[in-house]
Design a protein around this ligand. Structure first.
Ligand SMILES: Nc1ncnc2c1ncn2[C@@H]1O[C@H](COP(=O)(O)OP(=O)(O)OP(=O)(O)O)[C@@H](O)[C@H]1O
Ligand SMILES: [Mg+2]
Length: 228
């Protein structure tokens, strides 16, 4: 459903993406792993049109979306859970969810999201900044789910969470996939990738350096690209 070819991007003169190629199929959970600073976040932002590519193509469900504006890309069915739980701190849980809603029956979607994230339902009137880190991450996911994307881009959703929340996050990712979402998951937590991904790409210096089915992943590869 998503095909990226030769994707290149830079900030000013500093080249970050040097020709990334990857794909995500219907119903697939695909991981992108790599050390700090290799360009994982830049890759997601370029797919979303938040960073304009210098070269390359991005196709989504048969359409070239490479030069589209971010809102047009989102409308085609790509959701985004940014790194560092970027929720609206001064808005309530409910207002955050409203901001994620694109069209259709808001009340119905809200009920569904609250069923899946009961903790958010209890805290619907609470301000974003007063939520715990794990709750903020849940809210970021729930907000992205309000638009019912076909493909969800997630940037290190388990970063900085305590173990029980990491576990809850893994379950949320799986549940999302079971509901038919394809997911492109940027991670540094190898265990989360092992538990949730069908396939894994390893990124190094702006390029995909290695690709493997999760079942075929070896500890040598993990050591080489993540240093663990
Ligand atoms: N807005 C920006 N302007 C200039 N340089 C940037 C900008 N954003 C990121 N960079 C640089 O681009 C490189 C890649 O950053 P990016 O955030 O894509 O890495 P990452 O793989 O997501 O890292 P991490 O694992 O730490 O999140 C880094 O060297 C970073 O300093
Ligand atoms: Mg990043």
């Amino acid at each position: 459903m998503l095909t990226v070819e030769n994707l290149q991007a830079a900030y000013g003169k500093s080249r970050i993406l040097q020709g990334v190629a990857l794909s995500v199929g219907e119903g697939e959970v695909v991981g992108v792993l790599g050390r700090n600073g290799v360009g994982k976040t830049t890759l997601l932002m370029t797919i979303l049109g938040l960073v304009k590519p210098l070269a390359g193509t991005i196709r989504f469900r048969g359409t070239d979306i490479t030069r589209l504006e971010t809102h047009a890309i989102a409308r085609r069915g790509i959701g985004y859970v940014p790194q560092g739980r970027r929720i609206f701190a001064r808005l309530t849980v409910l207002e955050n969810l409203r901001a994620g809603h694109v069209d259709g029956d808001f009340g119905g979607k809200l009920r569904e999201v609250f069923e899946r994230f009961p903790r958010l339902a209890e805290r619907r009137a609470q301000l974003g900044r007063t939520l715990s880190g794990g709750e903020q991450q849940m809210l970021a996911i729930a907000r992205a789910e309000m638009s019912e994307p076909r493909l969800m881009l997630m940037d290190e959703p388990t970063e900085g969470l305590m173990p029980s929340m990491v576990e809850e996050m893994r379950r949320a990712i799986k549940a999302m996939n079971e509901r038919g979402r394809a997911i492109l998951l940027v991670e540094q937590n190898i265990e989360t990738a092992l538990r949730t991904c069908h396939r894994i790409y390893f990124m190094e210096k702006g390029l995909i350096a290695h690709e493997t089915a999760t079942a075929g992943l070896t500890s040598q590869v993990v050591h080489r690209y993540l240093g663990v």
